[in-house]
Design a protein around this ligand. Structure first.
Ligand code: GDP
Length: 447
């Protein structure tokens, strides 16, 4: 579960925030008799985000002699458990030595931190808000628990961190799934608008009428599964045609196809997006392609029905161009043209799927990555971040594949502009031969 910790010295207003975020079922922990309750835990919710919420409530009652050490210990524990830390300050009181104590701990942890300068209503908190920048924990959020200021911005920040967290965990889940299965089964989803020829293509690929004669399972909510081998590689086809066939209203079909596709993506490693050569890629196709990349799956685009166009090369080029302008962040998405009906070129599809899968599972050795990092940051230095200080990159690791996910440790993780990320991504793609696959970057402060 995504865990949010609220930390800060006593009386800054943590409880008001905690109660605001906490749902009804409030669980108390560390409730041993004789021991001061140090921690509260609850199911938290902010708009559509749900999470586990922990704070260090008991510290409010602690006496001052033991406060510093207890605070350190408790905040450390809460922070260790947290996927994001809400660090609350009292903007009216300014930054106190206790605040700095917390800030030190938080800088040492590699957790994302959102600094909330509370009691910012009116102008009395302005000085404290600007002081909070100096803690080196990123841009503070001007907040007022009592007046409800800053909740939207808190949501935006939480949402972004939650997205990154979810992506990282999705990748782990897929990895765990296939390890459980004992071998790597490439899970392939074939998606696209109605009548682009998906069923025909699948039947051709499998060399038999499996889907059409297939089990009535196709009519249930469950995805159909078909297993086979290609060049010794076990593959599994994940298809959601069943859901599509349930549609009765014709004009809903298109919309439904997109929903189907989005659903299938969840089960797939590689998604083959089929388009009709006589029509090219439309907005919905691009929407699906975009989602495949966002969900961190490998994408192969199929230009089907090339038997039906006079100039197959032109159709292929048109699709490539469209992808280049509409998905500029993933250069080199593989595009294959074929005819499911005549069988022409069909064998190239599974090769492309296998290649996309291999790229998607790539792991680059850490020394190579770091050699690369020092070269690319030397030839095109990172921009300046806060206070005009240049962002410094320290090192890089690849914690995961599927999709290739890189953690870049740098001095100002929240300040790296999109343009620099794109530069790094393009270089990485080029230098380590990772065309067409989604790449994730996570910026962190060095431990
Ligand atoms: P699906 O809805 O995407 O599964 O599409 P189907 O496989 O049911 O095919 C829709 C229509 O396109 C059918 O009439 C097919 O015969 C036709 N079709 C499928 N593949 C091709 C192809 O490669 N070339 C041509 N010319 N027609 C095709």
């Amino acid at each position: 579960t995504f865990t949010v910790a609220v930390v800060g010295r006593p009386n800054v207003g943590k409880s008001t925030l905690f109660n605001r975020l906490a749902g009804k079922r409030l669980a108390l922990v560390d409730d041993t008799p004789g021991v001061t309750r140090d921690r509260r835990e609850a199911d938290g919710k902010l708009f559509d985000l749900t999470f586990r919420l922990v704070d260090t409530a008991g510290l409010e009652e602690a006496d001052h002699a033991s406060l510093a050490s207890r605070m350190r210990e408790q905040s450390q524990r809460a922070v260790e458990e947290a996927d994001v830390v809400l660090f609350m300050l009292d903007a009216r009181a300014g930054i106190t030595p206790s605040d700095e104590l917390f800030a030190d701990e938080l800088r040492k942890s590699d957790r994302p931190v959102i600094v909330l300068t509370n009691k910012c209503e009116g102008s009395a908190g302005e000085a404290g808000f600007y002081e909070a920048y100096e803690l080196g924990l990123g841009e503070p959020v001007a907040f007022s628990g009592e007046h409800g200021h800053g909740i939207d911005e808190l949501y935006d920040r939480l949402h972004a961190i939650h997205e990154a967290w979810r992506e990282a965990h999705d990748a782990e889940d897929v990895e765990a799934d296939s390890e459980e299965a004992g071998q790597d089964v490439v899970q392939l989803a074939v998606v696209g608008r109605p009548n682009v020829g998906k069923s025909t293509l699948i039947n051709r690929l499998l060399g038999e009428d499996r889907l059409l004669t297939g089990p009535e399972a196709g009519l249930t909510r469950d995805a159909i599964r078909v297993d086979w081998h290609h060049k010794g590689q076990p593959m599994r086809l994940v298809d959601t045609a069943g859901q599509r066939r349930r549609a009765r209203v014709q004009d809903k079909l298109e919309q439904l196809a997109v929903q189907d596709a989005l659903h299938a993506i969840n089960f797939a490693h590689v998604v083959a997006l089929v388009a009709d050569a006589t029509e090219g890629l439309d907005r919905q196709d691009l929407h699906i392609a975009q989602s495949v990349i966002e969900e961190g799956r490998a994408l192969v685009v199929v230009v089907n029905k090339i038997d039906a166009v006079a100039d197959a090369d032109a159709a292929l080029r048109a699709v490539r161009d469209r992808l280049k302008t509409s998905l500029p962040q993933v250069r080199g998405v593989p595009v294959v043209s074929l005819s499911g009906l005549t069988g022409r070129n069909v064998e190239t599809l599974l090769d492309a799927v296998l290649r996309a899968y291999k790229i998607w599972t790539t792991k680059v050795a850490t020394p190579d990555l770091n050699q690369w990092l020092s070269e690319v940051t030397a030839s095109h230095p990172p921009p300046r971040g806060r206070y005009g200080k240049r962002i410094r990159f320290k090192y890089i690791t690849q914690p995961k594949a599927r999709p290739p996910t890189f953690t870049l440790f740098c001095s100002q993780p929240t300040e790296v502009p999109g343009s620099y990320t794109r530069y790094l991504e393009n270089e990485l793609r080029h230098d380590f031969d990772l065309p067409g696959t989604p790449i994730r970057f996570i910026y962190k402060r060095p431990k």
